[in-house]
Structures are given as structure tokens and as C-alpha cells.
Design a binder for this molecule. Structure first.
Ligand code: GDP
Ligand code: IMO
Ligand code: MG
Length: 427
């Protein structure tokens, strides 16, 4: 069981933080492989609640080495304040490793994110405004700044110059903004160099050597399958690959090392930001899911859009990630409904469609076909085993498993570490 991937099977916020933390004590490394501080992963340990944005959730497990892989985009100021916030709460962060090849979110990337969203007007993506898209764009355009560049002032200056050349033209001439001075950016970035130095490492080598020694490596995805730049609901996506393949490119670990891919799946569906969402509810049920599920963004504080479970999406997640297991979260939130509708297929222009359409136009026209499953009213938050669940809750889980194409190996019945029913062991 050398390497496992844990990723979001829907549009993010499925409970990846909780699931990662649960395994954190039994694995040797927890690795973030993509995304940046657009992520907000909640971990609840006893009466303590942590919101992690850039740091892998494994940082809360004392025996585990947290790693920020090459595929992540790092905002140094956010990282340093996240580290000091944890230190103040008594969490040891000294084992953290950051890839020297990870790209840096510069202040101008954050500016460009905000300015372009504003100019998109009603066509905006609804990004988190953290500079994610522009930083990945610079990476692909080969004008990105990497963590290792902080340690060579001359190279850093040349790269910042190259990156700002076009951007300043754009900012001043197109967007009517002030130009950003190269020296100011370089000075700010150099100011982080010393503080980050103890963490910077050749993480590709470290992880591969660890795997050779039979250590267990857990990859923790940010965002989710439907937010993937290639496999998500483009263009309403993030700019990285949260899907399983991203764990390889974002860490330098080959696919032959990965033996298990766990999709974190909410018992209903949520989405933050713009874009199509077939099962979205605009009624009292949607409001109730938001209220009971506490569906408010960890990063931006925005209300999450809520809807019923969508099995078409779950099947798609199984396929594009090669999922071996699901971890079903927030089953407790559904307690109290007499009937729980589940989307089993779509109707698109009068035809029943069982699989996610590749065409954006079709997906925008998809209407959910619902099947009603009987609900339950008993409190399930204390359930420790599958048989503790009321019959209808068991049947709901079994029905989802059948529709989704992979076994449900764990069930979340509350936010806490121990509010989990383990059906099959992950390790
Ligand atoms: P992530 O981004 O995938 O890590 O998910 P978020 O932390 O953004 O959102 C998930 C929310 O649901 C957090 O507030 C978690 O504490 C909470 N949560 C996770 N699993 C469960 C569960 O099984 N039941 C309940 N009630 N809450 C859960
Ligand atoms: P976690 O890891 C939910 C969404 C944004 C927006 C789109 C693009 O907590 O699940 P970006 O800033 O990435 O360019 O925004 O992606 N988004 C998320 N939605 N959970 C997240 O992370 C998200 N990270 C980005 O709302 O629609
Ligand atoms: Mg989140």
C-alpha cells in the first residue's frame, strides 16, 4: 500500500481535510499536489477547529511529514501566516517540506486575478481571487517564478521583469491601473527567502526514496474533479488538475506507485462560484442543506450553492480518476427528510442521458431525473458501524454505492475525527 490519493469527487468542499486528517496518523507523508490557497480544508480535532489553505492536513498529525509538491502554487505571505497561526496553537510545523519547483503566487498575479474577474462582468468565473489562474498561466507561459528563484536575486529580477513586461502594458492600457514596479516585487519576494529556506527541499527525491523504503505516502487533492482544468466543467473550473493524474505530475511520483484512489463524496452536492450545476436547489430544501450542512466557504466566506446528490457526477468521478473507493461525507446532514431525491440520470433535449455529456451546451441543458429514496429521522451522529445506521440510511448508502461505481469504504456522520464509520480499511 505505498501511495494513496485522496481527492474531491464533486466541486470541492467534500470533506477532504477531515478524511486526510483521519489517515494522517497512519501515514508517513501527506502531499498537496496542486492548487494553492484557493483551498479551504477544515479539520476538527476534539474541540479545536483548523482551517488549512496551503498546508497539507497531515500537518496536524505529529508523526507525519507534510509536503507541498511541485504542482502547488504558493503564496509565501499566506504560507508564513498559516505556519505562525499553527505555531501559536502549539502545532509543530518544523517537518514541512516545500518543493523548490513549486510556483510562487506573486502580488501581481493576485491583482490580475481580481482585475480580470471584474472585467468579465456577468461572465465571471467567481474565482477565489487568490491569484491561482494567473499564476498557473504564467507557469504555462514560461514566465513563472519558482520557489528556488528566491535564492538567486539576479535570476529573480530578470524573471519578474519578463513577467511584468506584458502585464504592465495590460494593467495600464487596458485596465486603467497603475503599473507594478519590478523592484518592489523583487524586494517583497526576497523578504520571504530566509524564512522559507528551512523548508525548501528536493521533494521528488524525498518522496521516491520514501516509497522505496515502503513508507506510506498520501496525496491530498485540493478542489475537486468537476473543477479540474481538463475534466471539469470548463471554463467554470480552477486552473490545475485535482484529478488523480495530477498527483503524479504535481509530485514527481509515477503512476505505478499509486495503489488506491479515494474519492471524497458528499451525500448531497455543493458548488461555490459560477457554472452549471444540474441538481442545484433554489427552494427551502436548498436553504435547509446550507443551514444544516454549514455550507459556507472556508476561504471566501461565500454561501455554497446546494443541491441533491448527483450519481451521474459520481460515476464520472469514478471513471476519470480510476477510483478504488469512496469516502461518503455528511450523511448526518440528510437526517430528517422524509424522502431524499437522488439524481440518477439527466434529461437533455427530451432524451435520457446516463453519463456526463462532454458538450458544455448539453450539460447546461441537463435536467436532473430524480429517484426518491426513503429518508430517516434518527440521530446518526453516534453511529460507529454500518449496522448502527437506521435501515433507510443503510439503503441510501447502498443505493449511492451501486449508482456511483466504487465501494463506499467510509461514511462521515459528523465533522469530528471519530465521527466516521469505517466500512473497509484504507490502509
Ligand atoms: P474540504 O475543502 O474538502 O476539506 O471541505 P471543507 O472543509 O471546505 O468543507 C467540509 C465541511 O464539512 C467542513 O466544515 C467539515 O468540518 C465538515 N464535515 C466533514 N465531514 C463531515 C461529516 O461527515 N458530517 C458533517 N456534519 N460535517 C462534516
Ligand atoms: P477546496 O480544496 C470549492 C472554485 C472557485 C471558482 C473556481 C475557480 O476547499 O475544495 P480559483 O480561485 O481556483 O481560480 O477559482 O473554483 N474553487 C473552489 N470551490 N472548493 C475549493 O477548494 C475551491 N477552490 C476553487 O469558487 O468557482
Ligand atoms: Mg474547502
Amino acid at each position: 500500500m505505498p501511495a494513496l490519493v485522496l481527492l474531491g469527487a464533486q466541486w470541492g468542499d467534500e470533506g477532504k481535510g477531515k478524511a486526510t486528517d483521519l489517515l494522517g496518523g497512519s501515514v508517513d507523508y501527506v502531499v498537496r499536489y496542486q492548487g494553492g490557497n484557493n483551498a479551504g480544508h477544515t479539520v476538527v480535532v476534539g474541540d479545536q477547529k483548523y482551517a488549512l489553505h496551503l498546508l497539507p492536513s497531515g500537518i496536524l498529525s505529529p508523526t507525519c511529514v507534510p509536503v507541498i509538491g511541485n504542482g502547488v502554487v504558493v503564496d509565501p505571505s499566506v504560507l508564513l501566516s498559516e505556519l505562525s497561526g499553527l505555531n501559536e496553537r502549539g502545532v509543530d510545523t518544523s517537518k514541512l517540506m516545500i518543493s523548490g519547483n513549486a510556483h510562487i503566487i506573486t502580488p501581481y498575479n493576485v491583482t490580475v486575478d481580481k482585475v480580470t474577474e471584474r472585467f468579465l462582468g456577468k461572465r465571471k468565473i467567481g474565482t477565489t481571487g487568490r491569484g491561482i489562474g494567473p499564476t498557473y498561466a504564467d507557469k504555462i507561459n514560461r514566465v513563472g517564478i519558482r520557489v528556488q528563484d528566491l535564492y538567486d536575486e539576479s535570476i529573480l529580477t530578470q524573471k519578474v521583469e519578463a513577467a511584468l513586461d506584458v502585464k504592465n502594458q495590460m494593467l495600464t492600457k487596458l485596465y486603467n491601473r497603475r503599473a507594478i514596479a519590478v523592484e518592489q516585487v523583487v524586494e517583497e519576494l526576497l523578504g520571504y527567502a530566509e524564512k522559507l529556506a528551512p523548508y525548501v527541499a528536493d521533494t521528488v527525491l524525498v518522496l521516491n526514496q520514501a516509497l522505496e523504503e515502503d513508507k506510506v505516502v498520501l496525496f491530498e487533492g485540493g478542489q475537486g474533479t468537476l473543477l479540474d482544468i481538463d475534466h471539469g466543467t470548463y471554463p467554470f473550473v480552477t486552473s490545475s488538475n485535482p484529478t488523480a493524474g495530477g498527483a503524479c505530475t504535481g509530485s514527481g511520483v509515477g503512476p505505478t506507485k499509486i495503489s488506491r484512489v479515494i474519492g471524497i463524496l458528499k451525500a448531497y452536492t455543493t458548488r461555490v462560484g459560477a457554472g452549471p450545476f444540474p441538481t442545484e436547489l433554489f427552494d427551502a430544501d436548498g436553504e435547509a442543506l446550507r443551514r444544516i450542512g454549514g455550507e459556507r466557504g472556508v476561504t471566501t466566506g461565500r454561501d455554497r450553492r446546494c443541491g441533491w446528490f448527483d450519481a451521474v457526477i459520481a460515476r464520472y468521478a469514478t471513471r476519470v480518476n480510476g477510483l478504488t473507493d469512496f469516502f461518503l461525507t455528511k450523511l448526518d446532514v440528510l437526517t430528517g427528510w422524509e424522502q431524499i431525491p437522488v439524481c440518477v440520470a439527466y434529461e437533455i433535449d427530451g432524451k435520457r442521458v446516463e453519463e456526463l455529456p462532454y458538450s458544455q451546451t448539453d450539460f447546461h441543458h441537463a435536467k436532473p431525473v430524480y429517484e426518491n429514496l426513503p429518508g430517516w429521522s434518527e440521530d446518526i451522529t453516534k453511529a460507529k458501524s454500518f449496522s448502527d445506521l437506521p435501515k433507510n440510511a443503510q439503503n441510501y448508502v447502498k443505493a449511492l454505492e451501486e449508482m456511483s461505481g466504487a465501494p463506499i469504504s467510509a461514511i462521515g456522520v459528523g465533522p469530528g475525527r471519530d465521527e466516521t464509520i469505517e466500512v473497509n480499511s484504507f490502509l
